[in-house]
Design a protein around this ligand. Structure first.
Ligand code: BG6
Length: 789
């Protein structure tokens, strides 16, 4: 057994070894912009902080630039490094000199270059005479170069046993979920997760790094406040005045959502919204809470975002990408996105994420605005001391820049006096005349870091100390792409609103939100981004009344069409309730009814929901909580906004006994019996249908072996697209309805509407042609694009 004395001796020996270990840092992309602006300075700061503790270093810059040219470039950058304010100039010159002697540059291209690099690292370690403890490879290179470099490092530059390897990666980490997955898999074949440090430099910003500690340290005050009952909204904003001239070849493939929102603003969002773990220093617990926050994010749709593009962008694209004048890039340089979280803490609280180039000011902040229920009858100038309960109450994490100029945490004095770590944060006196977020600075308790540090310096130090909580893990990255990719896909062809840039933007980019929809507040004075030809505007048309397949057709622009259908449904509902005390409405899934659900949810306060029974005309064989489920769409866009007694809601029983649409479970019979029991004569007051591009309706597809005729009311069917298994109303059941509305929207439907207008009764080929209510009325609702093309 070891004695205590031996243990102590061993321990101090280990500590002494650790203190004198050698660390090699290899900066790849050493002649690039980021290296010049931040990374060399960050490495110098690391050297200043850690060499005094006994660590030995060597710094190797590498890039594709030829050696001599690269050496000259790096020498200039090293000459411009600066020391902290409290270091005397002579001492600073000495320290820079030491750092320069430890730094060198080489051209690295081939696998032989990496082998040679590895040999040199070993020689440097030997020369320093102390044990090697680790190597850091910093990838400040474009992502297409990642895999080759990773392969070379893995095969030639891995250190020996007991010496750690850390690789630092800079965004972009893919441009959508699939590419991010591919890149993660490739990198994962060379490095272990714990070896990878994906940088999001916002996580190195002092204020961002303070969000969790602030929430933790002030939890007594915040516990009751940090939730939907008290928070009015959260704004997460990064405004920039610069444009992207000179960076177009990168930027045009990414745009503002990929460049800023998917990473910086999303990271910040999760820190604000996640549940606090018991121990905020536990990297694993923080990650789990973050992932839970991602799960609670409600899926985004096209209408969740507004996009803009500064006017000079086009010309910059033509110049930098050598595109013809006729080329128009749709890449957004401005985006506002409305995000919601479906959990008990944040249900209903709007999170606004906004970023843009060429705006009127440079500022990044998170603003948590609280609800204020007080009304003060006196003018502010007559308020007595302490009578400030009418003031807005807010907590602001000023990440940087803006009127204040420095990072700061601000808390309205009407809320509470916050506590921040005294050794690193100091209270700042208010500056007379300075107004922040509409209030004099004196309204806030304000705290700033004692020593301001730039994000890269913070992150480099954290990499050195193996503090992984400031980096983006693979799971976290993929969760973020999974959230953003569907929106990016749906916006791919969206024409951004043009804006002049700077103060001239005026109110052009102001936006408003209503439920899950976001829209610019101002209609543009002119069509700034010209569409093809002289497109008629919605107001140029009245809803058009005509006939289609011998039944009434209502055609209009989408918004008007949806509004008309919603009011027709309401009128039908009111009549049904007057007649029988109930309204039985069967709804279909798909994307077309989403706008209708939203319209019904928000614009129809007179709707007799309390007497309405809601049924599904078809369903996908997935669990009801699955995003693919029609019921889920209904829930997200309608049910959660209205008050229908829960026993009036009749989801299709596709998920019984833990199985999906198993014949033995007799889900179709169960639903048919429920209909027969509750709906007089199984005749719905209204069935809402759509029409697919192949002529299907509900989930009755061409050549379906069931549901097109016969006795069955509800059937199992197969769809050619995923998910294949479906449950559906049969045509005979549909045709018993008092009224059937078929909603058809979008240009994609143009061909099928033309075709179906010509075919006779042929449900085998075109199931929609079998919709012919025996005694009820069929009405078609088509938007102009579906009807006229
Ligand atoms: C980078 C983006 O990640 O962040 C740039 O690629 C942006 O487009 C920059 O300008 C902003 O960072 P900061 O630290 O100046 O707010």
């Amino acid at each position: 057994m070891l004695t205590v004395a031996v243990c102590m001796a061993l321990l101090s020996c280990l500590q002494a070894q650790e203190l004198q270990g050698h660390v090699t840092i290899i900066l790849l992309g050493a002649t690039g912009d980021l290296a010049k602006k931040y990374l060399w300075q960050g490495l110098f700061n690391l050297y200043l902080d850690e060499s005094v503790k006994g660590y030995r270093f060597s710094f190797n810059g590498g890039a594709l630039t030829p050696t001599k040219q690269g050496q000259e470039h790096v020498a200039k950058v090293l000459e411009s490094l600066s020391c902290p304010k409290d270091v005397a100039p002579d001492r600073c010159a000495e320290l820079k000199d030491q750092f320069q002697r430890l730094s060198q540059y080489r051209c690295v291209k081939t696998s032989e270059d990496y082998l040679a690099l590895s040999k040199d690292i070993e020689a440097q370690v030997q020369h320093s005479g102390v044990r090697e403890i680790g190597r850091i490879f910093y990838f400040s290179v474009p992502p297409f170069a990642y895999v080759d470099i990773a392969r070379n490092i893995n095969s030639s530059c891995r250190p020996g046993q007991d010496t750690w390897l850390r690789v630092v990666l800079e965004k972009p980490f893919g441009h959508d979920l699939l590419s991010a997955q591919q890149l993660a898999t490739q990198l994962g074949s060379f490095f272990r997760e714990e070896e990878m440090y994906r940088v999001d430099h916002y996580l190195g910003k002092q204020v961002v790094a303070q969000i969790l500690p602030f929430r933790d340290q002030n939890h007594r005050a915040l516990d009751g406040l940090w939730n939907r009952h008290h928070v009015e909204r959260v704004e997460i904003v990064m405004k920039e005045t610069v444009d992207v001239a000179g960076r177009i070849s990168f930027y045009d493939r990414y745009g503002v959502i990929r460049d800023i929102l998917q990473n910086h603003l999303t990271e910040v969002l999760t820190l604000v919204a996640m549940e606090l773990p018991h121990n905020i220093s536990s990297v694993e617990s923080v990650l789990q809470r973050k992932l839970q926050a991602f799960q609670a994010l409600r899926g985004l749709q096209k209408g969740s975002a507004v996009l803009g593009q500064y006017q000079a962008y086009s010309e910059q694209v033509h110049r930098e990408l050598q595109k013809p004048d006729s080329f128009r890039s749709l890449t957004p340089t401005f985006a506002g996105v409305l995000v919601h979280m479906d959990n008990l803490r944040w249900e209903g609280v709007p999170f606004i994420l906004m970023s843009g180039k060429a705006l009127d000011e440079r500022v990044s902040y998170i603003r948590v605005l609280f609800k204020n229920r007080a009304y003060c009858s006196q003018n502010e100038k007559h308020w007595l001391e302490g009578q400030s309960h009418c003031l807005p109450q807010q907590i602001i994490f000023n990440i940087g820049y803006g009127e204040l100029g420095s990072p700061a945490v601000l808390v309205s004095r009407t809320l509470f006096r916050p506590s921040l770590p005294a050794e690193s944060w100091k209270e700042v006196a208010s500056r007379p005349g300075l107004r922040l977020f509409g209030r004099p600075m004196s309204d806030f308790y304000a705290y700033s870091p004692v020593r301001e540090q730039d994000a890269y310096t913070v992150l480099i130090s954290r990499i050195f100390h193996h503090q992984k909580d400031s980096f983006v893990t693979t799971q976290n990255l993929l969760a973020s792409w999974a959230f953003w990719s569907p929106l990016l896909e749906s916006l791919a062809n969206e024409v951004p609103r043009l804006y002049p840039g700077g103060a001239e933007n005026g109110q052009l980019l102001d936006f408003e939100f209503r439920d899950t929809q976001l829209s610019f507040s101002q209609q543009p004075l002119e069509q700034l981004v010209p569409g093809p030809g002289s497109t008629p505007k919605p107001s140029d048309f009245q809803a058009l009344g005509a006939k289609y397949r011998d039944s009434p057709l209502i055609s209009a622009w989408p918004e008007e069409l949806v509004a008309k259908l919603a009011s027709d449904i309401e009128a039908t509902a009111v009549r049904a309730v007057q007649r029988s005390g109930k309204f039985h409405l069967a709804l279909s899934g798909g994307s077309s009814p989403v706008a209708l659900f939203q319209e019904l949810a928000t614009g129809h306060y007179g709707f007799p929901w309390a007497h309405t029974h809601l049924w599904l005309a078809d369903e996908r064989c997935v669990p009801l909580w699955d995003p693919e489920s029609n019921f889920q769409g209904l829930q997200a866009h309608l049910l959660q906004h209205i008050r229908v007694p829960y026993y009036n809601i009749h989801p299709m029983p596709v998920h019984l006994h833990q199985r999906l649409c198993a014949e033995e479970d007799q889900g179709t019979q169960i639903y048919a019996e429920e209909i027969s029991a509750l709906v007089a004569n199984s005749s719905f007051d209204l069935v809402l249908l759509g029409m697919g591009t192949d002529g299907h309706t509900a989930s009755l597809f061409p050549q379906s072996p069931s549901g097109l005729d016969g006795e069955q009311l509800v059937v199992l069917t197969k769809s050619p697209s995923r998910p294949h298994n479906r449950m559906s109303f049969s045509l005979p059941l549909i045709n018993r309805a008092r009224r059937v509305a078929v909603l058809v929207m979008g240009r994609m439907k143009r061909e099928i509407t033309t075709l179906v207008s010509r075919v006779g009764h042929d449900p085998q080929k075109w199931p929609i042609s079998g919709v012919q209510p025996s005694s009820g009325q069929l009405v078609w609702y088509m938007d102009y694009e579906a009807f006229l093309g």
